[in-house]
Design a binder for this molecule. Structure first.
Ligand code: DX5
Ligand code: ZN
Length: 219
């Protein structure tokens, strides 16, 4: 069993001091920094782009886990790679050619992820499992933090975990949305390797980042 990794989502951070928030997350024991990029078109919310990410890069040596909720995504991959992303995750619905967009990510020596919305079938990712590093299972509808965890999405985790193990692929499973101290363990048992969490990490226990990261990790 490899140990669970925690990727705090800065969507719940104070956007006026993101650099310091990221430093604090590193001190608190985060493994990665999850950065939600939204365009107001693929999802009904707008966040930040590559310029902000490149300015944040100097605040930590932790990997940037960049979740692109933008469409069409293909021509922006280069900008996020150059901005300092380490993992670039895209949604199949956001590109005309998933394989070509994955190859574009890999061409910059970045890890490639594919994200599945709650209603998106795992059949979308099965054919490309041998090309990618990560599957990001959305356990809420993307767009906003603080939503309720959709329990049925764990079934996708179980099926994918089995498939990945049977094929002996080095693909990690990450889950994103509504993760809290009650459901984190269910996700880990289902086969998740990386937990994304915004609201729980930034708001529980009066925002005690260290305590909340530890509680999620050991739940
Ligand atoms: C939702 C984002 C998530 C979200 C997670 O579109 O992809 O990363 O910020 O936040 P919580 O943990 O609040 O659900
Ligand atoms: Zn996300």
């Amino acid at each position: 069993m490899n140990s669970i990794k925690i990727s705090p989502s800065i969507l719940s951070a104070d956007f006026s001091k993101l650099g310091n928030e990221i430093k604090d997350l590193e001190k608190a024991g985060a493994d990665l920094i999850h950065i939600d990029v939204m365009d107001g078109h693929f999802v009904p919310n707008i966040t930040i782009g590559p310029e902000v990410i490149s300015k944040l890069r100097k605040y930590t040596s932790l990997p940037f886990d960049v979740h692109l909720m933008i469409s069409p995504v293909h021509n922006f991959i280069k900008n996020f790679a150059e901005a300092g992303a380490d993992i670039i995750t895209i949604h199949p619905e956001a590109t005309d050619n998933l394989v070509s967009s994955i190859k574009e990510i890999k061409s910059y020596n970045k890890k490639a992820g594919v994200s599945l919305n709650p209603e998106t079938s795992i059949e979308n990712v099965k054919p490309v499992l041998n090309l990618i590093d990560l599957v990001l299972i959305m356990s809420v509808h993307p767009g906003f933090g603080g939503q309720k965890f959709i329990e049925s999405t764990l079934e996708k985790v179980r099926i994918l975990k089995k498939e990945i193990s049977e094929k002996k692929l080095p693909v990690k499973i990450e889950i994103d949305g509504g993760i809290n101290f009650q459901n984190a363990n269910k996700a880990i048992k289902a086969g998740v390797d990386i937990l994304v969490s915004g609201t729980t990490i930034f708001k529980e226990n009066s925002g005690d980042l260290k305590k909340n990261i530890k509680l999620l990790r050991t739940s």
